[in-house]
Design a protein around this ligand. Structure first.
Ligand SMILES: CSC[C@H]1O[C@H](OP(=O)(O)O)[C@H](O)[C@@H]1O
Ligand SMILES: Nc1ncnc2[nH]cnc12
Length: 332
């Protein structure tokens, strides 16, 4: 049996060992974890939930951005605790720049725990007058303006995979998120049901010419985090939806250029609404009627075919081992 040291020595830990190898503070809840929240800028923890364990998993793609907290969320129907995984995208202290976020390790680690649904939070700049600072947006599309310097696929080095990415977010999850957001209108949550998120490389903010160009392209909001996270979630057969909170008008707007103080100030001022929003979404996802969606049944097995294009003689041993870790039994 693997021991706790395996979490630290860089050895990829097979998913089946996580219960024994990666417990740090307490026993892992007996149920597999199906739902994860990835917190972004200004949302580095979910304080209102009961913390039951902290995991430090290792994967063939390295270690995640932060320890993974396992939280208990009481089911609104049965009161039974539902385990939720929480990961802080930029680390516990925001020490990782957008291009340094180990997205493959994050997504692989979450999948290995059993996660099949991710709600990802992001602080964004607004590219549209009607999306005001502190408004929320449920994006349905992405424009990729990253520069190819972030590892963006699990399928490489001897195993090729091509997955559909026409809808980068999960429409059924978006519907739930929209309903929950609107239910909080009385608490001051303003929600835009759709939007295109431009994902830029950063870490510098855009030039004014770029910001104006993104507006002319139909961009609604801009961040530095939607990719490769959304692509990797898709490859990992995980239903993924981002919730964006506008923190500024980017630099196209006459009100002034974006600064970190502005982003953090608006994020902090609206943190309570962000937490309420996430809580409402978790309440809804915990309902039995969403069981199949939360398990992403509709995505299950899709990579067996999308990732099986490389004929057996062309598959490298290393790629097979890594992908076998992520998808046990798919490519044997
Ligand atoms: C601190 S402003 C730029 C930073 O904020 C957003 O982070 P996240 O998406 O993780 O909330 C944006 O993507 C940039 O990484
Ligand atoms: N204006 C902006 N550009 C890119 N990412 C952001 N995150 C928050 N505001 C942003």
């Amino acid at each position: 049996m693997a021991n706790i040291a395996d979490s630290y020595n860089g050895t990829p830990t097979p998913p089946q060992y996580y219960r024994s190898a990666q417990k740090i503070q307490a026993d892992i809840p007996p149920d597999p974890v199906r739902i994860a929240v990835i917190g972004g800028t200004g949302l580095q923890s979910l304080a209102d939930f009961t913390h039951v364990a902290t995991l430090k998993p290792s994967t063939p793609w390295g270690t995640p951005s932060s320890p993974i907290s396992i939280l208990h969320h009481p089911s609104p129907q049965t009161g039974k605790p539902i385990p939720i995984a929480f990961l802080s995208r930029h680390g516990l202290h925001h020490e990782l720049a957008p291009h340094e976020v180990p997205s493959r390790a994050n997504i692989a680690a979450l999948r290995s725990l059993g996660v099949r649904t991710i709600i990802a939070f992001s602080a964004v700049g607004s590219l549209q007058e009607d999306i005001k600072p502190r408004d929320f947006v449920v994006p349905d599309q992405i424009i990729d303006r990253t520069k190819g310097i972030r590892p963006f696929t699990f399928f490489e080095g001897g195993m090729v995979g091509h997955v559909g990415f026409a809808d980068p977010f999960e429409p059924a999850l978006a519907t739930i998120v929209q309903k929950c957001g609107h239910s909080l209108a009385g608490e001051g949550v303003v929600l835009h049901d759709k939007g295109t998120v431009v994902c830029m490389e950063g870490p510098q903010f855009s030039t004014r010419a770029e910001s104006r160009m993104y507006r002319s392209w139909g961009g609604s909001v801009i961040n530095m985090s939607a990719l490769p996270e959304a692509k990797l979630a898709k490859e990992a057969e995980i239903a993924y939806q981002m919730i964006c909170m506008s923190t500024d008008y980017d630099c196209w707007h006459e009100s002034g250029d974006v600064t970190v103080e502005m982003v953090m100030g608006n994020m902090k001022a609206n943190a309570e609404n962000a937490r309420r929003f996430v809580g409402a979404v978790l309440d809804e996802l915990s309902k039995e009627e969403h069981g199949d969606l939360v398990l992403a049944k509709h995505l299950e097995g899709s990579m067996k075919f999308a990732g099986g294009i490389t004929a057996a003689p062309g598959r490298s041993k290393e790629a097979k081992e890594k992908l076998g870790w992520l998808f046990p039994g798919y490519f044997d």
